[in-house]
Structure formats: C-alpha cells, structure tokens
Design a protein around this ligand. Structure first.
Ligand code: TRP
Length: 459
C-alpha cells in the first residue's frame, strides 16, 4: 500500500500547528503565566521555544521524513533495535496523554453546550466553581462527554491523513485564529485591561527561579508536542521537497503566538474584573466564565471561547491518536480504521478512571496521587523529558549526517543554523532537560548544589 502524504505545505503546517496548539496553549499557558510571574515566564518560555523547541521539532520531523515510518519503526530503521525503545516510549505516552487529555476535552464539549444553553451565564465565581467541580466530580456526565470527544477524534483519524486530518485542520486552524483574535480584541479593550497586559508582557526578572524555568521548559515541550513522536509521525507523511526548517519555524511561531494570544485573552480580562490571575487550572472554567458574565455581549464571547477551546483540543487529540494508530497499522498490519477504533476504545477506557479520580475514586491514591494526577505526573516528569533527551541525543550523535541531509534537502537548500542545531541536539537540550527533570524530582537540594557550583565557577 502506498504511504499517505500531506496534500500541501499549508496542510502540513496547519496539521503540525494544530497538534502543537491545544489545551496546553490556551488552558495551561495562561494559568502558568498567572502563577509563575507573568512577563518573566513569558520571556523564558519564548527563549526555550526558539532554541531547544525549534531544534527538536526540526529533528523530529526530519527523523519522520527520513524513515517514513511510525516512531518505533523510524528509530529501529535509523538506529537499530535498541533505539526503538524511544519510539515505544512515545507510543505509550500517546496513550497516557490522550486518556486524560480527552477527559479535559470532554469538559470543553460540556462547557460549549452549557454556554450555548446559557446555563453558565452568571457572574458569581462561587456558583461557577460549584458548577465546575460538580461536573468534573460527577460519575456519568464527564465520562459521557469524554466519550463524545473520543468519537469525534476517532472519526477524523479514520478518514485518513489527507482526507481526515488535513482537511479538518485546514478549516479548523484558521477558524481558531479568527475566534482567538476576536476574543483578544475584546479582552484588551476592556476598561482596566492595562494592568493585565503589563503583568503579562513586562518581565519582572526577580520572578525567575528554578521552578519557573522547569515549568517554562516543560511547557515549551508540551506545547510543541515534543518528546513523544508526534512530529515524527506527522513528518513521516511529508514529501521530500518540503523545507523542514522553514515549516518548523512556522509551527514554533504559531504555537508561541497562540500562547501569547491566549495570555492576552485571559489575563487582561481577569485583571479588568479584579479576579485572581493565580487561580490555577480553574482559570479557564471558573474565572473566565465569571469574566464573560460581567461583559456586555458576554454570552456570545463565551460561546466563541469554548468553541475555540474545543477546536484546539481536537486538532491536538487527532495527532495524539495518530501516533499509536500509525504504529499498530504499520507494525502489525492492522487496517487503519480498525487500529483507530480499537486504540480509541482502549484510550476511552483508560480515561474512565482518570475522570473518576476527580470524584468518587479520589481517595484511591498511588504515590500520594490520584489516577488523573498520576498520569499527568508520569508524562510531565518522566516520559516526555526522557523521550526528549533520547531524541536529541539520537539526532545529534547517531544520525547527524541524515539530519543534515534532511534539513537541507540533500544540499539543495541552505540551512544556516546547522551548527547551532548540532550543538543544541548534542549537548544543550540533553543537559537542560536532564537538569530540569532532576531538579523537578529532587527539588531544592539539587538547586542548592547548582548555586554552589556556579558560585565556585564564577569566583
Ligand atoms: N501540544 C498539545 C497542547 O498544547 C499537547 C500535546 C503534547 C500533544 N504532546 C502531544 C498533542 C502530542 C498532540 C500530540 O495542548
């Protein structure tokens, strides 16, 4: 069977940007910026995106296109049997992320329906809080919405790479940008918005600390869908003529732009109505509806907002599902359609305990965490960083020649940053991610050693 391909350069960029731009950029980024010191967090995040993020996304796309295989097959073909473990970590991570991502995706379905029905039109944060925790801790309702979200995801993936994924993202992504811009214009023109804009855009460098660096690098990874073979999978459907560095820069730019716009949408509005920017994960589902409730035309903006959030979540979930689907289809010859259905059902089933963990199963804990938090933790602290470290070492040390050829299309393009790319892959990214990972696991003790060491070096 002939391997599928993207129909156009625009289609590929929209698909990759769609994978990158998701709940991470619109839901997580603003609340991280809100809790981690605003402008300084934004600055550090952008630096990570433009350096390690950009280099690693190029490497992943190049690995995919060079091998024309799913992540496991790609690492095996290019690096031999042992390296295929890296691809395997990616496939497993795809399962893990999608099972909780889809639960949150289900909440966006629920909130879109509720906002259309007008049932979350209130200005009272207490009521909204009760409504939100009522939804997430219920038994059947969130599982039902999680199921709806999975069905939508499976449907698009079954239709295929060009016919399903590409066709939908080519409509959904521009729509997302239009909706986002409408909302940002509304938010920054609110009386009192300036304080929020300032908080978000003007760095206060005293806010920089280890925890914030960790959060910013983790967010750069997550928001570019790196470290788990998503971009390898999408890159594997890319044609030989495509300019990988250029396409990668577009994806990084678009993902960063949506983060910035997401921040400009949420934070000014939150400040304008005197709410707390450090509200954390509830910012999107509790604080923001209260803000909409205060606005003239809030009903409409609320509907637009949750429609946009759902679109962002969907264009990411289809790429998450596409990873294991490609794996089972290629490694075991299972038809794409059945692969999507079976994998989708398994993910739906793993999602059920994730959802219940926020309600009736909340008291069942492993390592002190409920099942939902455990999944998030395993991904954020282990599988994504390890996947990222292995991928960059692989690109920098094992297949560097192949990377050179892919990034310059066999010398027919000039890729000026190859030197920077090489050293980021070989040294900078593995060290930075290792440091971030260890400091997250061992916390302050390591930070103290670090400060001591750098003190010795500088004196
Ligand atoms: N980038 C997505 C977001 O910001 C989340 C994500 C992480 C992802 N890894 C992925 C999406 C892999 C698709 C594939 O929400």
């Amino acid at each position: 069977m002939k391997r599928e391909q993207w129909g156009s350069r625009f289609g590929f960029i929209m698909a990759a940007a769609g994978s990158a731009v998701g709940l991470g950029n619109i839901w997580k980024f603003p609340y991280l910026a809100g809790t981690q010191g605003g402008g300084a967090f934004l600055a550090v995040y952008l630096v990570f995106m433009a350096t390690i993020g950009a280099a690693l996304i190029m490497a992943e796309i190049a690995i995919g296109r060079s091998a024309k295989k799913n992540p496991v097959g790609a690492f095996r073909l290019l690096g031999g049997g042992l390296w295929s473990v890296t691809g395997m970590i990616g496939v497993i991570t795809g399962f893990l992320i999608l099972s909780y991502y889809s639960v949150v995706g289900g909440w966006t379905v629920a909130y879109l329906l509720k906002s259309v029905a007008g049932t979350i039109e209130t200005t009272k944060p207490d009521l909204l809080e009760a409504q939100f925790s009522g939804l997430v801790s219920a038994v059947l309702e969130p599982i039902l919405y999680h199921g709806v979200f999975m069905v939508l995801t499976i449907g698009i993936v079954i239709a295929g790479v060009a016919q399903g994924i590409e066709r939908s993202v080519k409509i959904l992504m521009p729509l997302l940008f239009i909706l986002l811009i409408v909302l940002v214009v509304r938010s920054v023109t609110l009386p009192g918005a300036w304080e929020g804009i300032e908080f978000f855009l003007v760095p206060d460098w005293s806010q920089v600390n280890g925890e914030m660096l960790r959060a910013a690098l983790g967010q750069a990874f997550f928001s570019l869908s790196l470290g788990m073979g998503a971009m390898i999978t999408y890159g594997s459907y890319l044609d030989k003529g495509a300019d990988i560095p250029n396409a990668s820069c577009w994806v990084v730019f678009l993902a960063a732009l949506v983060g910035v716009l997401g921040g400009l949408l949420v934070l000014p509005a939150v400040f304008a109505f005197g709410m707390d920017p450090g509200a954390g994960p509830g910012l999107t589902f509790i604080t923001l509806p209260a803000v909409f409730g205060e606005m003239i035309g809030g009903y409409l903006f609320q509907v637009i907002f949750f429609a946009m959030l759902l679109i962002a979540a969907l264009t990411s979930s289809i790429s998450l599902l596409a990873i294991p689907v490609a794996y089972f289809a290629e490694e075991y010859g299972i038809e794409r359609k059945w692969s999507a259905i079976v994998v989708g059902i398994v993910i739906f089933l793993i999602g059920i305990p994730c959802s219940l963990a926020l309600g009736i199963w909340g008291e069942y804990k492993l390592f002190g965490m409920n099942f939902f938090d455990l999944m998030v933790y395993a991904v954020d602290y282990y599988t994504l960083p390890i996947g990222g470290i292995l991928t960059s070492l692989f690109a920098g040390w094992v297949v560097l020649e192949k990377m050179r050829k892919e990034l310059s299309n066999d010398g027919s393009l000039t890729f000026r940053w190859i030197g920077a790319f090489t050293w980021i892959m070989r040294i900078v990214a593995p060290l930075a991610v290792t440091w971030v990972m260890l400091s997250a696991l061992f916390g302050e003790r390591l930070a103290a050693i670090w400060v001591m060491l750098s003190g010795l070096l500088w004196n």
